[in-house]
Design a protein around this ligand. Structure first.
Ligand code: 5CA
Ligand code: ZN
Length: 412
C-alpha cells in the first residue's frame, strides 16, 4: 500500500560514528554496520482500528532515529513496515461501531500517515498490508509444512514451537514467563488439541461473519506472527539487520516471527531485535484496549506544534518506560521556543562540538535525551541570559539547524 510523503532531510555536514544498539536477544550492545548494500530495518506497524497515540508515536520516532543514525553514518537504509489490516481487534471494533472493517482500517491508516508526516518520521520503502500479503503468508505456511512444523486443530493451523531449536532465544524468557504473558497478548494456551500451549496460530479457518480468503488449507485468514514473518522475508530477506517494535512485542510476537523464519529458511530472522519502552498515561500503559489515550491527531487539532510533540518523545530514552504528562509537553514547547530564539540570531556559540556530540549520542544506542541536553546548552550560551551571549561562531544557526533536522527530525 501507499506509505506517506517523505520529509526533506539535509545531507549531514560530517559523518557520524557507527551505530550501536541494545539487542534484546543478547541483552547487550551490538555494532550495526550493515553487511548488505543497505541497512535493513523492519518495524512492526499499527493495527488500524483507532488513532495513533503517544505510545505508537514514541516507538516510530525511536526507529526513525535509527534510520537517521544509519544515514548519518553514510549508509543507505531499506525500511519495511506492515499494517495489520485484518485481525481480531480490528474486526471487533468495526462490529462494535457498526462500520465496515475495510473502511475502518483505511480511515485509521490514513490518519496514521498524516500523523507520521507531521512528526517527520521517514516513510518505509515498502509499506505492506496483511491482506495484500496473503499469498506470501500461504507460501510461508507451506514451507513450514514441508519442515514438519505445522499441525491442525479442527480447521485451524498451528506452528509447533518444538520445531524451532532456538525457541526462546529472542526474548530470553523462561517458559513460566512465556506461559503467563502468552494469553495476555493474543495467545490461546488453553485451547484443547494443542501439542504445546505456546504453539502459535498460523491460519484461522473461516468463522461465520468474518472475512476469509481461499487457501490450500481451506478458507480462512492469517495468524498475526506469520504475517510479519512473511512480509519481512519477502521484502528484506533473511537475517536483516534490525527487527523493531515496542517492548510488548518481545514475546510472543517477535519470538514467533523469528521461529517461523528460522524453521522455514534455516537462517536467523534478524541480526538484532530492538524494543522501545512503553509509554503510560494515568498510571497505566497507554493502550487502545484500556482507552487511556493521548492522540497525536487530537494535539495537532488543538494547534500543538508537532515539533514540540516530537521533542517531548525524544526527551525520554527510547528504551525506558515513561509516562506522558501535559507538563512535559509544555516544557518542550518552551524548549523549542528557546531553540528558535537562539537559531534566529544567526551567529552563536560554537556549533561543531554540538554536532559531534549529537551524532555521537545518537550512535550510542539512540541517546536522544543526551543530544537534546547538548542543544539546550548551546541555546542557553547563544541567547545569553545572565551571562553574555556567545556569538563566536558566525554560522552556528545554519549548522545547528541542519543537524537538528537530519539527525533528530526536528525541523525548526
Ligand atoms: N500490528 C501490531 C504489530 S505487527 C501491533 O502491535 N499494532 S499496535 O497498533 O498495537 O502497536 C503498534 C506499535 O506501537 C507496536 O510496535 C507496539 O509495540 C507499539 N506500542 C503500542 N502501545 C505502546 C505504548 N503504550 N508505548 C510504546 N509503544 C507502544
Ligand atoms: Zn509485527
Amino acid at each position: 500500500m501507499r506509505a506517506w510523503t517523505a520529509p526533506d532531510v539535509p545531507t549531514p555536514l560530517v559523518t557520524a560514528p557507527p551505530v550501536r544498539l541494545h539487542d534484546t536477544a543478547t541483552g547487550g550492545p551490538v555494532e550495526l554496520v550493515p553487511q548488505a548494500d543497505a541497512a535493513r530495518l523492519y518495524v512492526c506497524g499499527i493495527t488500524p482500528y483507532d488513532a495513533t497515540h503517544m505510545g505508537h508515536a514514541a516507538t516510530y520516532v525511536a526507529f526513525d532515529l535509527l534510520n537517521r543514525a544509519w544515514r548519518s553514518a553514510g549508509h543507505a537504509v531499506r525500511f519495511v513496515q506492515n499494517v495489520t489490516d485484518v485481525d481480531d481487534p480490528l474486526l471487533e471494533r468495526a462490529t462494535k461501531v457498526g462500520i465496515d472493517w475495510v473502511a475502518l482500517a483505511e480511515r485509521e491508516t490514513e490518519l496514521f500517515r498524516t500523523d507520521m508526516e507531521a512528526l517527520r518520521v521517514l516513510p518505509p520503502d515498502a509499506y505492506v498490508g496483511a491482506v495484500e500479503s496473503i499469498p506470501l503468508v500461504i507460501a510461508l505456511i507451506e514451507r513450514l509444512q514441508e519442515a514438519g512444523a505445522v499441525y491442525r486443530v479442527d480447521d485451524d493451523l498451528y506452528f509447533s514451537v518444538a520445531a524451532d531449536a532456538d525457541f526462546g532465544s529472542e526474548s530470553g524468557y523462561s517458559r513460566e514467563l512465556m506461559l503467563e504473558i502468552f494469553p495476555e497478548r493474543g495467545g490461546d494456551p488453553e485451547r484443547p488439541g494443542k501439542k504445546d500451549p505456546l504453539d502459535a496460530l498460523l491460519w484461522r479457518a473461516e468463522r461465520p461473519g468474518e472475512p476469509s480468503w481461499d487457501s490450500p488449507f481451506g478458507p480462512g485468514r492469517p495468524g498475526w506472527h506469520v504475517e510479519c514473518a512473511a512480509i519481512a522475508l519477502e521484502h528484506l530477506g533473511t537475517t536483516f539487520d534490525v527487527q523493531g517494535g515496542g517492548s510488548d512485542l518481545v514475546f510472543p510476537h517477535h519470538e514467533m516471527c523469528a521461529g517461523h523464519v528460522q524453521v522455514a529458511e534455516g537462517a536467523p530472522f534478524a541480526r538484532a531485535y530492538a524494543h522501545a519502552g512503553m509509554v503510560a498515561y494515568d498510571g497505566e500503559k497507554m493502550s487502545k484496549s484500556k482507552g487511556n489515550l493521548v492522540f497525536v491527531s487530537a494535539l495537532r487539532a488543538s494547534e500543538v506544534d508537532p515539533m514540540a510533540i516530537r521533542a517531548t518523545l525524544l526527551s525520554h530514552h527510547y528504551r525506558s518506560d515513561w509516562e506522558w504528562t501535559d507538563a512535559d509537553l509544555f516544557a518542550n514547547v518552551d524548549r523549542i521556543a528557546l531553540w528558535r530564539r537562539a537559531l534566529a540570531l544567526g551567529a552563536g556559540a560554537p556549533a561543531a562540538p554540538v554536532v559531534d556530540g549529537v551524532l555521537a549520542a545518537l550512535a550510542a544506542d539512540l541517546d536522544a535525551p543526551r543530544a537534546l541536553a547538548l542543544v539546550d546548552q548551546w541555546a542557553h550560551a547563544t541567547v545569553g541570559g545572565p551571562a553574555i551571549a556567545d556569538t563566536s561562531d558566525p554560522d552556528a544557526a545554519v549548522t545547528i539547524h541542519r543537524v537538528l533536522d537530519s539527525a533528530l527530525g526536528l525541523a525548526l
